[in-house]
Design a protein around this ligand. Structure first.
Ligand code: SF4
Length: 67
């Protein structure tokens, strides 16, 4: 599974981390909003439900499953 994070939209709320802590983390970015980052480049299919929840509940609609 491949995931895109739109860093123009992401503001580091961390909802994605709450939904899928094995997949996302929030990192600091001096001079701009904190933002999400993938812990694993291509998460295993077993994590799809959690990733779908992260996509659904991201308040900025920054996440997309692309594959
Ligand atoms: S929930 Fe959305 S806006 Fe918040 S850190 Fe995750 S991707 Fe970024």
């Amino acid at each position: 599974m491949r995931i895109q994070i739109d860093l123009q939209l992401c503001q580091g709320h961390g909802v994605c981390v709450e939904e899928a802590p094995e997949v996302f983390r929030v990192v600091s970015a001096p001079g701009r909003y904190d933002h999400a980052e993938l812990i694993v480049a291509e998460p295993d299919e077993s994590l799809r439900k959690q990733v779908e929840a992260a996509v659904k509940f991201c308040p900025n609609r920054s996440l997309k499953i692309v594959d």
